[in-house]
Design a protein around this ligand. Structure first.
Ligand code: TXA
Ligand code: MG
Length: 334
């Protein structure tokens, strides 16, 4: 299959391009599209054979459920058995935006979307392209548009690198704004549980509802968000994450690895003089770091390095989401 890339404007997506993509989706095809977090790979959520194509293209295990994207509360109501009052409060404050809510599913949602679970994850994206597509097609089931195990795509080129030949169309509206995936909250348990940290922070959410944090799981337990049991965001090159970095510490680490004959890449927040073979600076604020993180990991992984040393940041606010991805990418944490 030939994979077409169509460019469109983020703020004013061209109607004819949206129409083409919507037609493909309605015919049971899958299409990659930008959201404000990362690129998604979508299918009509109520068409099980279309949804199966997503799992095949990504090489995604069938026990990892997808997020249903909607353009209206009415469409969310079609996917969910009943929307609890607290969900309505969260939707009012954060939708459209990077907050995914897990609630008991309606009968209409096919089991392949939820991997057989009785709950469904729903979010209303704020990206004009994603919203326009959902408006035309109805609920769209979409995971991140990377192949399984790779970092999520924040550019159309990342999607192309992973899925070329496997999907008919990628909509390209440039780099995504946020850069890491949505916050996921399960409202199917009491108290509600944070399943994945994101741009909407725990601190913010706790002003609205009590929230338990369960983003790491032991191997033996059945994870609440099935996707969490898989190693994610992992470059092929080993990643050493340094939790409490200082200029001296990073410099020493780089040099001692180089003495062992290793080619070292550095993923850092600010500027250091270390002599590392490759350096990529992603920025000091969690917002800046999140935006460039996955692109930086993909780039470093192409540089034929023996080791990537990554600088950690404080795990509060949005920093928690960035560190969650870095911890998952890391093969060693220091
Ligand atoms: O920002 C995002 O959320 C992006 C964009 C494309 O919207 N999507 C995304 O999807 O990151 P994905 O499939 O890569 O991650 C979805 C996560 C998985 O870890 C999955 O296990 C979890 O959501 N999930 C989906 N449905 C669930 C459910 N019913 N209960 C618990 N976890 C669920
Ligand atoms: Mg994903």
């Amino acid at each position: 299959m030939k994979t077409k890339i169509l460019k469109l404007s983020q703020n004013k997506p061209q109607a004819d391009t949206i129409r083409k993509a919507a037609e493909l989706l309605k015919k049971g095809q899958i299409v990659a599209f930008p959201t404000e977090t990362v690129y998604g790979l979508g299918a009509d959520a109520f068409n099980p054979s279309a949804v199966r194509k997503i799992f095949a293209a990504k090489g995604r295990p069938a026990d990892d459920p997808l997020i249903v994207h909607v353009a209206s509360i009415a469409d969310a109501e079609k996917a969910v058995k009943e929307i609890p009052a607290v969900a309505r409060r969260l939707m009012k404050k954060y939708w459209p935006g990077p907050l995914t809510l897990v609630m008991p599913k309606s009968k209409k949602v096919p089991g392949v979307v939820t991997a057989g679970l009785k709950t469904v994850a729903v979010r209303m994206p704020s990206h004009p392209v994603a919203l326009a597509l959902c408006k035309r097609v109805g609920p769209i089931a979409a995971p991140s548009a990377n192949s399984f195990g790779k970092p999520s795509p924040t550019k159309a080129a990342h999607v192309f690198a992973d899925l070329k030949g496997k999907i008919p169309l990628i909509l390209d509206a440039g780099s995504t704004d946020i850069g890491v995936e949505s916050t996921i909250v399960s409202l199917a348990t009491k108290p509600a549980k944070l399943l994945r940290p994101g741009k909407i922070t725990v601190e913010e959410l706790r002003r609205i509802l009590p929230l338990e944090i369960v983003t790491s799981v032991k191997k033996s337990e059945r994870p609440l968000a099935p996707g969490m049991k898989y190693r994610h965001y992992s470059p092929k090159t080993p990643v050493l994450l340094v939790l409490k970095p200082s200029a001296g510490k990073i410099e020493k680490l780089v040099q001692s690895e180089q003495k062992k004959g290793k080619k070292v890449g550095l993923l850092c927040l600010g500027r250091y003089r270390t002599g590392a073979e490759r350096v990529i600076i992603i920025g000091k604020t969690p917002e800046a770091a999140a935006k460039r993180l996955f692109d930086a990991l993909r780039w470093l992984d192409l540089q034929k390095l023996d080791l990537i040393i990554a600088e950690g940041l404080p795990e509060k606010g949005f920093g928690m989401a960035v560190m969650n991805r870095l911890r998952r990418a890391a093969s060693r944490i220091l």
